[in-house]
Design a protein around this ligand. Structure first.
Ligand code: ATP
Ligand code: MG
Length: 576
């Protein structure tokens, strides 16, 4: 490829709407161009990277025994009604009508389509196990499309779905996929950690995410892990053993009474006013889960993990209630307390979820829905009866590992893929069944396995860059080498550059010749920004028989004869 012909536009500045490194660099280096919010053109450089990732995914999926197909992008509402997700999926599902007023949606994922397809084809146990996958654009009307390709509205995904006749079969395929995923990400130059994750409202299911650990601010997930035993989990799923804490307030409160606690709107203010540790306060929080208020009770030194709370009540969307919603709720229940003084008593008809930390509390402090007052020396018998305690607590670094008891650590991660045991979640409601050995009909036991192709490319930039630009791993670089003649008017420089270019091309190396009539500094800047793994500069030293050979990853520079440089590149890149 000649640089002068390449359809690329590098920018002098980072785009102003880009917050994270990968978005900034991919936009500035001319890999992506935004069309509208969360929707990007993949420019030729980007498309080469994406195709390389796709090919690695394809090779490993095929090796693992999966078969590729391609399903439609536009999907009919009826199938989503069968699975029960038409209402449940929420606003991320982009809904539309055709000219006959038939309601459709843009595929955000394909469980419904594949399950309907399988039920037409997989009639007998003899046809299983089978694993089917596709690589395709998805559309999700994300609440906050941001971070460029990391969280787009339109993005490319590999999604695979397995069909088995037994849980053992599914377990085996799940293992098989976990193994394939590890190989895929390693080949992309992106080591990942496989972590336990939230599997939604269906209890008992197993799921794992593949996280690229990162110290940049692009990691949207907190990952808790134990160096000692290998435990690793997303914060929405992580559990821990608690550190010892003071949970009996007997020494502070000799009797149960309601007292004045003026202006104690926060836990800190209340603890300071009463001169007690916050572990003696029962915190009551109001959330809205799928439009309904839910009260969460937790020991006040701890934080509620929203996904855990949402799963505990079986919802799809959760957020903390606004002050206006709390005021409305108070009015409805006949109280006029402001936030800071809310408590569970008198909140009839509302779901109340109590965290495990509440179980051991004695002689504690709790809100009684009266502004500027709290009940002190309270016990569990003073609040509405709690039927069962659930873990809705956010784990913190330093908490003890649930498996081995050593302190947990925390880091940020970008989820590039996940694997999920679905069981009969789709096959049962959609009546997707087969005949077993005894002629009985049974629903398929399913698994699903996703990889964000475009997100993986962006995660690679997060993991591999410096202040000058991207440092693509060779396996997914758009091109391997750029040859930069310093002065295109110098005959010898151009002759050597052209010869090297031709030799590398014919050996199968992906090479760009920067034949633009630009200053060397501009070309070097672009080379670093775009992130070619190798740069060969043909400048004045060619008069002494040398070119300059630079390795982007390490910054190492060598002076080599042109033939040596060519030989070395072929060896490094093609392992020949
Ligand atoms: P997230 O929690 O990040 O929203 P998800 O749980 O919705 O991800 P899946 O529905 O399982 O993700 O999709 C499979 C893969 O697709 C994810 O692991 C991720 O790599 C990718 N992906 C999901 N949403 C997006 C998006 N908005 N932009 C780019 N890639 C995405
Ligand atoms: Mg999502």
């Amino acid at each position: 490829m000649k640089m002068s012909k390449m359809f690329v536009q590098t920018l002098r500045e980072f785009p102003s709407d880009a917050e994270v490194v990968s978005h900034k660099m991919l936009a500035r280096a001319g890999f992506i161009k935004k069309l509208t919010s969360g929707v990007y053109n993949y420019m030729p450089l980007m498309w080469r990277v994406l195709k390389k990732i796709e090919n690695i995914v394809r090779e490993e999926m095929d090796k693992a025994g999966a078969q590729e197909l391609l399903m439609p992008f536009v999907q009919p509402k009826e199938l989503w009604e069968e699975s029960g997700r038409w209402d449940a999926y929420g606003k991320e599902l982009m809904r539309l009508k055709d000219r006959h007023d038939r309601v459709m949606c843009l595929g955000p994922t394909h469980e419904e389509i594949i399950t309907a397809l399988a039920r037409d084809v997989l009639k007998s146990y003899k046809q299983m196990p089978v694993n089917l996958y596709q690589i395709q654009s998805k559309f999700r009307d994300e609440v906050r499309p941001r971070y460029g390709l990391l969280r787009g509205r339109e993005f490319i995904m590999k999604d695979a779905y397995s069909f088995d006749t037994s849980q053992e079969g599914l377990d085996k395929e799940y293992e098989n996929m976990a193994h394939a995923y590890t190989k895929i990400f390693n080949r992309c130059g992106l080591p990942t950690k496989m972590v336990q994750s939230d599997s939604g409202a269906i209890g008992g299911s197993v799921s794992h995410e593949f996280m690229v650990l990162t110290d940049t601010d692009a990691g949207e997930n907190d990952v808790f892990y134990c160096d000692e035993c290998g435990y690793a989990a997303n914060s929405n799923h992580a559990v821990s053993k608690l550190l010892p804490a003071e949970t009996d307030g007997a020494k502070y409160f000799s009797k149960t009474e309601i007292i004045d606690t003026p202006n104690t709107h926060s836990i800190e203010e209340l603890a300071e006013f009463l001169n007690i540790p916050s572990t003696l306060i029962l915190k009551t929080l109001v959330y809205i889960v799928d439009k309904n208020p839910v009260l969460a009770l937790i020991r006040a030194d701890k934080t509620v993990e929203e996904t855990k709370l949402m799963n505990a009540v079986g919802g799809n969307e959760i957020r903390i209630a606004s002050s206006a919603e709390i005021a409305e709720l108070m009015a409805e229940k006949g109280f006029d307390a402001v936030p800071g003084f809310i408590g569970p008593n008198g909140m009839t008809g509302i779901t109340i979820v109590a965290d495990e930390t509440v179980r051991d509390m004695k002689n504690f402090v709790v809100g009684v829905n009266q502004t500027d007052k709290h009940k002190v020396g309270a016990n569990l018998s003073d609040i509405p009866a709690i039927e069962n305690y659930v873990d809705i607590r956010l784990v913190e670094a330093g908490d003890f590992c649930p498996d081995c008891g050593k302190p947990l650590k925390v880091t940020q991660g970008i989820e590039v893929g996940n694997i999920f045991q679905l069981g009969t979640k789709y096959s049962a409601p959609m009546k997707a069944v087969y005949l077993d050995e005894n002629g009985k009909t049974k629903p398929y036991i399913m698994g699903c396995y996703g990889i964000g192709i475009s997100r993986t490319a962006a995660a690679a930039v997060e993991a591999h860059h410096d202040e000058h630009g991207i440092k693509w791993p060779i396996s997914i670089a758009p091109y391997h080498v750029v040859i930069v003649p310093v002065n295109i008017k110098d005959e010898l420089q151009m002759k050597v550059a052209n010869e090297m270019y031709e030799k590398l091309l014919s050996a199968g190396v992906e090479v760009v010749l920067d034949d633009r009539d630009e200053r060397a500094g501009v070309k070097f800047k672009d080379a670093d920004l775009i992130g070619f793994p190798f740069r060969v500069t043909v400048g004045k030293t060619i008069n002494e028989g040398f070119v300059e050979y630079k390795i982007r990853e390490t910054g190492e520079m060598l002076k080599l004869a042109p033939e040596e440089a060519v030989k070395d590149l072929i060896k490094e890149i093609l392992n020949k």
